[in-house]
Design a protein around this ligand. Structure first.
Ligand code: NDP
Length: 236
């Protein structure tokens, strides 16, 4: 058994975030999720938050703190894609993705930081992507936002590492969710052909890694980028 913690997962109403939240509930943590629509899995507290709006994130934290106590583990998972080739990519396509995936993470972690410092404990888990370091045509906005999370986690580790706070990045490969179901069949088959494991990943495989990072066994791991990608991005 690992120590029970208060956890906030962003974007926990579906996909990878919902799987992470469910797994953390099963491991005995007190889990809240942010959602713009729908609800988190059974056993979680759902709070509304929009990642591009600091005030809504602040309100979500206040509610979680009131109902579950100070947040000790943050899983920054909410994210979007706006795929298109560079020559067709508008500035809005670029900045919307960065605003949600990167600046959204900044807003969430900044709001959490004071509480983590006060409690002298924290686990910050950032959901990046294999394409952060591998690259992907049509995803200049998305891969840039996800690559930046590596610098984020490593700088955070150097700032707060001496206070019992760790910050790590999970880099999922191709995981079966709404996000990847939206890709054209041709592109899905091309990915499949390049994955050494010969299959797409499952949300519970990301959830297991997040649960491990949140648990007592991962206390001395910080600034790491952990690929969960069936070998797709080897060499990171
Ligand atoms: P989904 O598209 O299934 O879910 C995205 C989640 O993010 C939803 O809960 C959504 O909320 C939330 N979200 C998006 N934008 C905002 C916003 N502006 N404010 C608040 N919440 C928001 O994605 P996945 O589960 O597939 O992906 C989860 C994370 O994992 C993402 O960061 C993604 O980039 C990353 N990832 C996914 C991979 C995959 O293969 N699926 C591979 C590598 C990384 P709502 O339902 O309200 O829209």
């Amino acid at each position: 058994m690992t120590t029970s913690r208060t956890v906030l997962v962003t974007g926990g109403n579906r996909g990878i975030g919902a799987a992470i939240a469910a797994r953390l509930v099963a491991e005995g943590h007190r889990v809240a999720v942010t959602a713009r629509s729908g609800e988190g899995p059974e056993g979680t507290l759902t709070v509304r938050a929009e990642m591009t709006d600091a005030a809504s994130i602040d309100a979500a934290f206040a509610r979680v703190e009131q109902e579950l106590g100070p947040v000790e583990v943050i899983v920054s998972n909410a994210g979007i894609t706006r795929d298109t080739l560079l020559l067709r990519m508008s500035e809005d396509d670029f900045t919307e993705v960065v605003d949600t995936n990167l600046t959204g993470t900044f807003r969430v972690v900044k709001r959490a930081a004071k509480g983590l410092l006060k409690g002298r404990f924290g686990r910050v888990i950032l959901i990046s992507s294999v394409v952060a370091l591998y690259g992907s045509p049509g995803q200049i906005n998305y891969s840039s936002s996800k690559a930046a999370l590596v610098g984020f986690a490593r700088s955070l580790t150097r700032e707060l590492g001496s206070r019992g706070i760790t910050a790590n990045v999970i880099a999922p490969g191709f995981i079966e969710t709404d996000m990847t179901a939206a890709l054209p069949e041709e592109q899905q088959q091309a990915y499949l052909a390049s994955i050494p494991a010969g299959r797409f990943g499952r949300v519970d495989e990301i959830a297991a890694t997040a649960a491990w990072l949140a648990g007592d066994d991962a206390a001395y791991i910080s600034g790491a980028v952990i690929p969960v990608d069936g070998g797709l991005g080897m060499g990171h």
